[in-house]
Design a protein around this ligand. Sequence first.
Ligand code: 6GU
Length: 244
Amino acid sequence: MRIDIVSIFPGYFDALELSLLGKAKQRGVIDVRVHELREHAHDKHRTVDDTPSGGGAGMVMKPEPWGEALDSVLGTTEDGVEPLIIFPSPAGEVFTQRMARELAQEPHLVFGCGRYEGIDQRVFEEYAERGRVRLVSIGDYILNGGEVATIAMVEAIARLVPGVVGNPESLVEESHEDGLLEYPSYTKPALWRGRAVPPVLLGGNHAAIAAWRTEQSIERTRRVRPELLTSEQRGESRGRHAAD
Ligand code: 6GU
């Protein structure tokens, strides 16, 4: 999978060199390319923002540097591959595990990280007319820009790309993969500061362990995120539900 990121703060993405993602990058499983937006601003101060048309607080990112930067990225795509452009935005659709699974199937993602009050609307229109564009939020709170949101999305997406995570089985037993929160985990020692590992986990009865974990998942979800449960699960059982 190829991922291009356009930002005025390329340094944020040094974090992608770390850990599993960094290793996947080294192995060439994911090809991440970070681009500095200011290289496409040509005045003396390499200006990328200006005051909002119609007045108001804050600054808006100018369309010209974005147009030039995105054209430059789109000019280097593989034959037959139509990239998906994602603009992280608190005004976008909410990113979920389902969306991560969907985006992990894409051969080429382009993230355009806005700052300030956002990017001139005509940039979205221009690229939506020429290809596929999505505005995506990572939740109902405000960040200063799209960089941290992009890191979160790239990590969630890339770990679903075959070959990034060593053991693919570890992907399926996690919070949200089945629409429920993950059950609690324990390791050795069996007794720590007077706190015991639940005996069922030490008994070797795999059916009993699976049943206990399911029950813990449902109970935790009911307590913390009841809106994730189907009406069926509010009764019991862990069948299919909204996230499938
Ligand atoms: Cl994608 N961007 C910004 N600036 N704030 C956010 C966000 C994105 N998602 C949640 N808050």
